[in-house]
Design a protein around this ligand. Structure first.
Ligand code: TRP
Length: 327
């Protein structure tokens, strides 16, 4: 029996952080043996917001690929590739742009939010979720592992598939989102970990950088010195312990509450927990960075494999649309 097909994508933001690792990468790693998996670094999508300065784009793609591989993704098991290396995404996007009414795109929540807050008004930005639909459907994917925030985009993808199939016959399966349960990773300020909040611990951070970031974290504001009773449930340091400290969590909470445990010692413990989790990833990262050609080769090979499937789909699409003009 052939394996089910998975596609997911990520914008090349550069270095990934613990939130990306817990929320996406670990899950992808666990899926790569059982599915035919395509992982797309979506450089065209990055242009929908960062079109005016592309100097960092290549470096961000590289760093992201390094983080993928260091986290345990295997370029032989899944096709890791750059979106713009597989032009079929663009062709399918263009065909979709002919059949999808503009109001479908204007209704997508991320469009309304971001067009206002970020002042984005390009044609391509409106088409963001349609390009995403093309990313998914060009592989005729069965599942799309994503976070909750992406559900409206997956729903639109299903509507696009239905509309296309309605006009031209059954070409696209309707893909399903594959939501994962994972620990929500708070940032060093207690808010959700996010590059835009400047509160991240990156996979690329050294042990020392990690220690430094944890050292300057705010803790419970009512616990000023050792001996003061603390409130672990409101403390961002404890929130990170919950994700990264495997043993003795209750004891940390109790001794914090009683005042026995001081913040300095508690942070030291957290630093050890996080550094322990990251050491193997960091070692792999350093190996990869020493051989950049091998990383680019993984991306090239991934694109070649992805393209095979995408070309097949486009042949089916052109045939269904009676747009093969060979003879
Ligand atoms: N919009 C997705 C995000 O911001 C990125 C993305 C682009 C994607 N194409 C995709 C995700 C295809 C899943 C499938 O996270």
């Amino acid at each position: 029996m052939s394996k089910k097909i998975i596609l997911s994508g990520m914008q090349p933001t550069g270095n990934l952080h613990l939130g990306n690792y817990e929320g996406a990468l670990k899950n992808w790693v666990s899926l790569q043996d059982d599915f035919d998996m395509y992982l797309c670094i979506v450089d065209w999508h990055a242009l929908t917001s960062d079109f005016d300065d592309t100097t960092e784009l290549k470096n961000r793609i590289f760093e992201m690929a390094v983080d993928f591989l260091a986290s345990g993704l295997d370029g032989k098991k899944c096709a890791i590739f750059i979106q713009s290396h597989v032009k079929e995404h663009a062709e399918l996007h263009l065909l979709f742009s002919m059949i999808i009414p503009i109001p479908w795109l204007e209704r997508v929540p991320s469009y309304k939010e971001k067009s206002q807050s970020l002042g984005l008004d390009s044609y391509g930005f409106l088409g963001y979720p349609l390009l995403q639909a093309a990313d998914i459907l060009v592989y005729r994917a069965d599942f799309v592992p994503v976070g909750k925030d992406q559900l409206p985009h997956i729903e639109l993808t299903r509507e696009v598939a239905r509309r296309f199939n309605g006009f031209y016959g059954n070409v696209f399966p309707e893909p399903q989102a594959k939501l994962t349960k994972f620990a929500d990773v708070p940032g060093t300020d207690g808010r959700k970990m996010s590059k835009s909040y400047d509160n991240i611990i990156a996979l690329a951070d050294t042990a020392e950088e990690t220690a430094g970031k944890i050292k300057t974290m705010f803790t419970d504001p009512e616990k000023l010195r050792m001996g003061d009773p603390g409130h672990p449930e409101t403390c961002p340091v404890y929130a990170l312990h919950k994700v990264y400290t495997n043993q003795g969590l209750d004891e940390i909470a109790e001794t914090c509450r009683s005042g026995e445990l001081g913040c300095v010692a508690c942070k030291k413990h957290l630093t050890e927990s996080i550094n322990n989790a990251l050491t193997p990833i960091r070692e792999k990262r350093n190996d990869l960075i020493a051989h950049p050609d091998e990383v680019w080769d993984v991306l090239k090979d991934g694109a070649n494999r992805a393209r095979k499937r995408a070309v097949e789909t486009m042949d089916i699409v052109r045939t269904a649309m009676r747009m093969t003009y060979d003879s």
